[in-house]
Design a protein around this ligand. Structure first.
Ligand code: NAD
Length: 293
């Protein structure tokens, strides 16, 4: 069975590595955090003394780290010690420029690589139901797919280097904007004395329908499973939404794309975080729009 090195065993990486163990792989992991190492060890991951010792015997190296600078540093450290033919996969959410740069680190020494960010959150990581959005050459994607299938349900090849990250941030920019649009609709309805269930019944089957409304409604009641019914417990934390919105704006600036609503939404999530709500679900932005909780 394939030996997999897993670097970054946090809220997402820990359970993902655990699912690779469940699938019968030998997984050798490393994380700076003692707590993360202990949890991964309990899930059957062999803990290495450092990232290099985890990577040296591996056929596949997976990274699940906070940001582009961490991925650049770790791939830069590991590429020189990796075996010939080792496949590099990064599943972190990072800027497109860093994703392309780390593909070059691997490519320059002839190693295949895939950027494979995820959606599905910690629930998807635990349940092996993540969606992977992948960028890289066809052969590298074909090699990564059977590994990713052990951690997710839907694996999509979006294009060349960085295309997975591009798909991830475009999707999340749409989500971030659409949630604010839905929140504004419900706040206006409140001011007009329109019942929220009545607005939901009309808009969720009319041209206003979208995932933020139909599946993740930001007011309690119409969609019983949405975080609004659970005091906006995440779900998808506003701090993570802000991170992704900022990545979309960096990418827009670098690529010369005009994204005025993305820019405005980024500022609003910034305010929501400054309001002390970074740890609550992003749909709680409706309270900021309303001006009160
Ligand atoms: P996390 O902070 O829980 O885990 C990151 C881990 O990386 C930490 O345990 C940290 O100690 C470790 N780390 C940092 N630098 C390291 C290094 N050089 N060597 C070894 N370990 C190192 O974060 P998370 O929630 O697991 O998210 C990981 C990535 O997945 C992020 O890019 C995030 O944006 C993305 N993501 C998260 C979610 C979510 O719901 N949490 C959903 C989709 C995508």
């Amino acid at each position: 069975m394939t030996i997999i090195a897993f670097i970054g065993l946090g809220n997402m990486g820990g359970p993902m590595a655990g699912n690779l163990v469940k699938a019968g792989h030998t997984v050798v992991g490393f994380d700076f955090s003692e707590e993360a190492r202990a949890a991964a060890k309990a899930a059957g991951v062999t803990i290495a003394a450092d990232a290099k010792s985890a990577a040296a015997p591996a056929d596949v190296i997976v990274t699940m780290l906070p940001a582009g600078k961490h991925v650049r540093a770790v791939w830069g450290e590991l590429a020189p010690v990796a075996k010939k033919g080792t496949l590099f996969i990064d599943s972190s959410t990072i800027d497109v420029e860093s994703a392309r740069a780390v593909h070059r680190i691997a490519g320059d020494i002839g190693l295949p690589s895939v950027d494979a960010p995820v959606s599905g959150g910690t629930g998807g990581a635990k349940g092996a139901t993540l969606t992977f959005m992948c960028g890289g050459e066809e052969a590298a994607f074909a090699a990564a797919k059977p590994i990713l299938e052990k951690m997710g349900k839907k694996i999509v090849h979006c294009g060349g280097a960085g295309a997975g990250q591009a798909a991830k941030i475009c999707n999340n920019m749409i989500l971030g904007i659409s949630m604010i649009a839905v929140a504004e609709g419900f706040v206006l309805a409140e001011k007009l004395g329109l019942d929220r269930q009545a607005l939901f019944d009309v808009a969720s089957t009319s041209s206003g329908q979208c995932w933020s409304l139909n599946a993740y409604c930001p007011v309690p009641g119409p969609v019983p499973t949405s975080p609004a019914n659970n005091d906006y417990k995440p779900g998808f934390a506003s701090a993570l939404m802000l991170k992704d919105m900022k990545l979309s704006q960096e990418a827009a600036q670098a690529a010369g794309a005009s994204t005025p609503l993305g820019a405005a939404a980024t500022q609003l999530y910034g305010l929501h975080n400054a309001w002390g709500e970074g740890g609550t679900d992003f749909s709680g932005i409706i309270n900021l729009i309303r001006g009160k909780s």
